[in-house]
Design a protein around this ligand. Structure first.
Ligand code: C2E
Ligand code: MG
Ligand code: MG
Ligand code: MG
Length: 287
């Protein structure tokens, strides 16, 4: 049920399903002008190399700063953007902004979420190619995150598209791994570098042995295919220790920080570097 207690009597939604038709079309109308009114913003969420504690990359996460409703979650407006076709404009905005922000970040890569609706469009590759050719984006600094769903509809075509993007320099990760309904055959695709273990499995590490088995199994599958694993939603030391023990490569989650705007992220990175360097020094001191 929708909450009615929002600020100024504005309703706040938990999920897209809660919206009634009138509200949905109102929000959609607002979304049309969100880009030109500069209401979209990116937050960055660090990905930490578990063995060293260093931040090697980050995921860009989109927010809509709605003038009346406040910050609208992507779980609400991405489905709206997908339904209306606006997702293409939104996706391009994200890539351009990430490309600009990249120049201020000394990281291996920034991960960008690509919606399946965006990916399956026939001109997706062409659009990206043009952006790369015009020097708008540097594919070597970008990891495209997609869910397994892209492999359900047209397996062959998807593999071809990934190949083309890989030749341009992009790399890929499978988001929310283990929650889709696709065959695992796509794991043979060499351009997929990373599996992201869904937060749903990570959440109950230390509590539920079933989730622990699933997490370990995903790490095993990935290492067999020479892929890396990123655990999503790491919130505590117990989860981190478990992931380290079983060879997960990277961790992302509130344990390190919540997703933050670029300037705050740059500051956070500075502090992180200092503390990692300090603990390295301490480790190297003779007993
Ligand atoms: P996702 O790609 O799976 O992103 C991970 C989500 O988990 C993010 O939610 C992040 O804030 C949240 N998260 C990460 N660590 C933790 C944790 O330790 N605890 C908890 N409780 N949550 C954690 P967010 O930012 O609300 O994004 C939701 C989804 O919206 C994303 O899921 C992604 O599917 C979509 N999305 C976000 N940005 C974009 C975008 O630029 N384009 C597209 N197409 N989709 C996007
Ligand atoms: Mg993601
Ligand atoms: Mg995810
Ligand atoms: Mg998700």
């Amino acid at each position: 049920e929708a909450k009615t207690a929002g600020k100024n009597g504005v309703r706040i939604f938990d999920t897209a399903l809660e919206m009634i038709t009138g509200e949905k079309s109102e929000l959609l109308q607002d979304l049309h002008s969100a880009i030109e009114r500069d209401q979209l913003a990116l937050l960055y969420h660090p990905q930490i190399e578990i063995s060293t504690g260093r931040c090697v990359g980050a995921e860009a996460l989109l927010r809509w700063e709605h003038p009346r409703r406040g910050v609208v979650s992507p779980d609400i407006f991405i489905p709206l953007a997908e339904e209306s076709g606006l997702i293409h404009e939104v996706g391009q905005w994200v890539l351009r902004r990430v490309a600009q922000d990249c120049t201020r970040l000394n990281l291996d890569y920034i991960a960008v979420n690509v919606s399946i609706k965006e990916f399956v469009r026939s001109d997706f590759i062409e659009t990206i190619k043009t952006m790369v050719r015009d020097g708008e984006i540097d594919p070597f600094r970008i990891e495209l995150e997609m869910t397994e769903s892209v492999f359900i509809e047209n397996f062959e075509r998807t593999n071809e598209k990934l190949q083309e993007l890989r030749e341009m320099g992009f790399r890929f990760s499978i988001d929310d791994f283990g929650t889709g309904y696709s065959s695992l055959a796509y794991l043979k695709n060499l351009s997929i570098k990373t599996l992201k273990i869904d937060r749903g499995f990570v959440k109950d590490i230390g509590i539920n042995p079933n989730d622990e088995v699933l997490t370990r199994t995903i790490i095993d599958i990935a290492s067999h295919f020479e892929m890396k694993t990123v655990a999503e939603g790491v919130e505590n030391e117990t989860q981190l220790a478990f992931l380290k023990k079983f060879g997960c490569d990277l961790a992302q989650g509130y344990f390190f920080t919540k997703p933050i705007p670029l300037d705050a992220f740059i500051e956070w990175l500075g502090r992180r570097c200092e503390s990692v360097a300090a603990s390295d020094d301490a480790d190297n001191k003779p007993e």
